[in-house]
Structure formats: structure tokens, C-alpha cells
Design a protein around this ligand. Structure first.
Ligand SMILES: [Zn+2]
Length: 464
């Protein structure tokens, strides 16, 4: 009999970790960090809840840190088995995990210098070196082919939009007289967004472990490119700074693609300086341009005409931290894209200290802001916030373009699930705050008549 245990992302949008057990074999689907509230982040210090040496394999749906960032800890704790990822995910991990380790070290150093840690001395959750120990374990896995990850357990990847390399996975375990199929959605992307192919239809599964980030929300009908044009126009007029906190991988490239399109259409000056201030985002731009099998038709057409359609003539990269700090002297109009997307770390923080008090700054949110993050507080209207030990007044204009999200909204998710070839025995909702997943559970029950449950942290379920 197979079972699935929910070791994270149960009632929150971070810390994706799901354990599949079958006939004495153990496979972990995703191995993410908790982010947001401090009691959540505290969980990253706790052991996995099982001995990592007893895991046969790890299977990753995509490269985002809330799905992969706990890997260095698991390897520290003795895991040495294979980690499966699609080729773009593997390429992303090569840059993202060491970067995450470097950030952890920088943060610990900063906190120790500033002396405001409760823990003395503050330690890095993992170092760049710890992160590098993960990389040799990562194996490239194909899309669309079933392969065995442990005796009796096989996996198939299908494209799911969201970010480059992202997949949903179908896990097959043996049971008397047949196989048991469990679909893990990972993060489900949107249709008709630039650059990437659309999500593939959901595959058949006896059980579905489904994300529910936007389970209680619709993104609205406004075209994201038009919304972006509107905000850019305002910034150009007031000669202000458009500050966009964006996930380095995914959101940054999509925003750049839209800006480049607006420039090509003559609606945005090709001279408007656009700064990409995140080394990881810069590497990811190259990767997005290179991985042609992931491109949709439009992207490939533009690319075949010459330069990569994500990069434009007025785009400038801030690679070093000195280049990043020099942007504090920058006068508008200009655009600065920087990470992290939820304002919970990274270079965006020093931009906030510099720009939030300025009413000519527009701070534009283009992705989900989890509970407990600075991004959520500002989005909800906080007027005075604490950033890098400074108390900062928020005079900047706050904007949001939900349609730029990398996640399907509640209708898109429901439509995706409705396409399942046979009615599943049960749907487990994960990767959503409770308000969102409760609302989404109700609409699945009402509109599709499926059995739905909302697993709790560390809950295990036997699969019939
Ligand atoms: Zn993601």
C-alpha cells in the first residue's frame, strides 16, 4: 500500500515537501524552504521528520527555492541519492542554490554586524559550499517519458508553464493487480503568457496533490502588457523610479519581455533605462533565451529574427553589489527590477530604504506576497516599515498587476483540474493559505463533485 505525507506547504504557500512511500521505498517530491512568517522560517532549522538517509530519491517539480531550497540541509543530514529534475531546472539549480547559500551567509553576517539577532552568533541556514554539494546529485530527467526513480516507483514529467523547466509529475507506484497514480501539480502556470509553452492538460491520477495559491482569487481581465504600459507612462511623466520586486526566475523575464514588446511597438521609449539588479535574474535571462524546446511559437519566431526578445537596447545589468548600490544615485525616469519578489531578502531591500520615502516612486508588485512577508505588509497599506534595521516611511505609490502572476487563478486552476480524464478518488489541496484552500475546496466540491481534503502539516494518508 502506498502513502503520501505532507511535510510542508500544508496551509502555507512555501516549504513544498511531499513524501511518497511504497513497499519500503521512499521518494520525496520537492524539497523546499519555508518562507514568510518567522515561525515558518524557524521550521527550516528543524530536521526533515525522517532520516534523509532512508530516502531513495528526490523529484523536483521546478527550481523555485520554496520547492528546492531545503536540499542543502537534506544533503547535510546524510542524503546522497539521486535528485531528479528537468534539464532547465537542473541548469537553474546550478545558479540558484549556490546563490541562496551565499545570501544565507550574507544575511547572517549582516545580522551579526548589526547585532539585532536573538541568536548569538546568527548562523547561515546553509552556506554556498553546502549548496554546491547538492549539485552533483542532480540528474536530468526528460519530459513526457516514464522513468523509474526507485524500485517500483516511476515518474513522468509534463510541462506546466509557471517558470522554465517546471513540470507537474505523475508518480506511479505498484499495487496488487495494477498501479496507483498520484499527480503532483507543482505550481500551475497560466495559459497564453509570453515565452513559455502553455501548461499541458492534467493527466489521469487516482489522487491529485494540487496547489491552491490563488484558490480564492481571479487575476482580472486586464491585459498585463497594457497594465504595465499604464504604470510605465505614469513613471515617465513624473520622472520617477519604477521599482519592481520580482522573483529572479520567471517574473523578471516576463516583465522584461512585455517591456521589450512595448518598446518594439513604439509605446515605450527604447531609451528608458531598465536595470536588472540581481545576478541570478541576469543568468536566468540567458537561460530563458537558450532553452528553445521550452519556447512558445511567438518567442521562437522573434528569436529566429535575431536577438533574444527578452533583452532590449536600454536594459542594463547590475552584477556587482557596488553597481547595485550606485543605483541609489539614479534619477528617473527609470525602471529597477530586483529580487526578492516578496521583499524578504536580497538587494531589493536597499532600494526600498532609498525609494520608499519618495512619492515619485512606484513600487509595483507582480507576484504573490505570502503572509508574514514585508511585501504583504506594504501591499496591505503599511505606512511605516522596518527595512534592514531602518524605520522607513512609505510615501511611494503602491501598485499591483495580479495578471503578471506565474500562478493560475482559481478559475484557471479549476478548469485545469476539470480536464482530468477520470474522476480522482481524492484531491489534496496544498500550497495555499487556509482561506484560499478552503474557498477552492468548496468550489471543487460544488462544481466538479470531487472528494477534497486539506492535509495538515505532517499528516500522512494511506492511499487505497
Ligand atoms: Zn514556483
Amino acid at each position: 500500500m502506498a502513502s503520501v505525507s505532507f511535510l510542508g506547504a500544508a496551509g502555507t504557500v512555501t516549504g513544498s515537501r511531499f513524501l511518497v512511500e511504497s513497499e519500503g521505498r521512499r521518494v520525496l517530491i520537492d524539497c523546499g524552504l519555508f518562507q514568510g512568517k518567522s515561525e515558518l522560517k524557524q521550521k527550516n532549522w528543524a530536521p526533515l521528520g525522517l532520516d534523509p538517509k532512508t530516502l531513495d530519491a528526490v523529484v523536483l517539480t521546478h527550481a523555485h527555492i520554496d520547492h528546492t531550497g531545503y536540499l542543502p540541509r537534506v544533503v547535510q543530514q546524510g542524503f546522497g541519492g539521486p535528485i531528479f529534475a528537468t534539464p532547465p531546472t537542473k541548469a537553474l539549480l546550478d545558479i540558484m542554490l549556490p546563490d541562496a547559500g551565499r545570501l544565507q551567509e550574507e544575511e547572517a553576517r549582516f545580522v551579526n554586524q548589526a547585532g539585532y539577532s536573538r541568536h548569538k552568533p546568527a548562523l547561515a541556514l546553509f552556506t554556498e559550499e553546502d549548496a554546491r554539494r547538492v549539485l552533483p546529485l542532480v540528474r536530468r530527467a526528460p519530459f513526457g517519458e516514464s522513468f523509474e526513480v526507485a524500485p517500483g516507483i516511476s515518474v513522468t514529467y509534463h510541462r506546466v508553464g509557471h517558470i522554465i523547466g517546471a513540470g507537474f509529475v505523475v508518480v506511479e507506484t505498484k499495487k496488487p493487480g495494477g498501479a496507483q497514480r498520484i499527480v503532483f501539480s507543482g505550481d500551475v502556470g497560466r495559459k497564453n503568457v509570453p515565452i513559455l509553452k502553455d501548461p499541458e492538460p492534467i493527466a489521469a491520477g487516482d489522487y491529485v496533490v494540487l496547489e491552491s495559491t490563488y484558490g480564492d482569487r481571479l487575476h482580472g481581465a486586464e491585459d498585463p502588457k497594457e497594465a504595465l504600459a499604464r504604470v510605465c507612462e505614469r513613471v515617465v511623466k513624473s520622472a520617477g523610479i519604477l521599482l519592481i520586486p520580482a522573483f529572479a526566475v520567471g517574473r523578471t523575464q516576463e516583465v522584461l519581455y512585455h517591456m521589450r514588446t512595448l518598446q518594439r511597438e513604439g509605446r515605450l521609449s527604447p531609451k528608458l533605462p531598465i536595470f536588472v539588479d540581481s545576478p541570478m535574474a541576469i543568468s536566468a535571462v540567458d537561460l530563458y533565451c537558450e532553452y528553445t524546446p521550452e519556447h512558445d511559437f511567438e518567442m521562437e519566431q522573434l528569436r529566429s529574427q535575431g536577438a533574444c526578445p527578452i533583452e532590449g537596447p536600454s536594459m542594463q545589468f547590475a552584477r556587482s553589489s557596488d553597481e547595485s548600490k550606485r543605483l541609489n544615485n539614479l534619477r528617473g525616469p527609470a525602471v529597477i527590477l530586483s529580487a526578492s519578489g516578496m521583499l524578504n531578502g536580497g538587494r531589493i531591500l536597499h532600494h526600498l530604504v532609498r525609494r520608499l520615502p519618495d512619492p515619485d516612486t512606484v513600487l509595483l508588485f507582480v507576484g504573490y506576497q505570502a503572509e508574514g512577508t514585508l511585501g504583504r505588509r506594504i501591499l496591505e497599506g503599511a505606512k511605516d516599515v522596518e527595512v534592514l534595521g531602518h524605520s522607513v516611511h512609505v510615501a511611494a505609490q503602491i501598485e499591483e498587476i495580479p495578471a503578471l502572476s506565474a500562478h493560475a487563478d482559481s478559475k484557471e486552476l479549476l478548469d485545469w483540474l476539470a480536464d482530468i480524464p477520470e474522476k480522482p478518488r481524492e484531491v489534496f489541496l496544498v500550497h495555499g493559505e487556509d482561506k484560499a484552500r478552503n474557498a477552492f475546496a468548496d468550489s471543487i466540491r460544488q462544481k466538479l463533485g470531487f472528494e477534497v481534503s486539506l492535509p495538515k502539516q505532517d499528516e500522512s494518508r494511506e492511499l487505497e
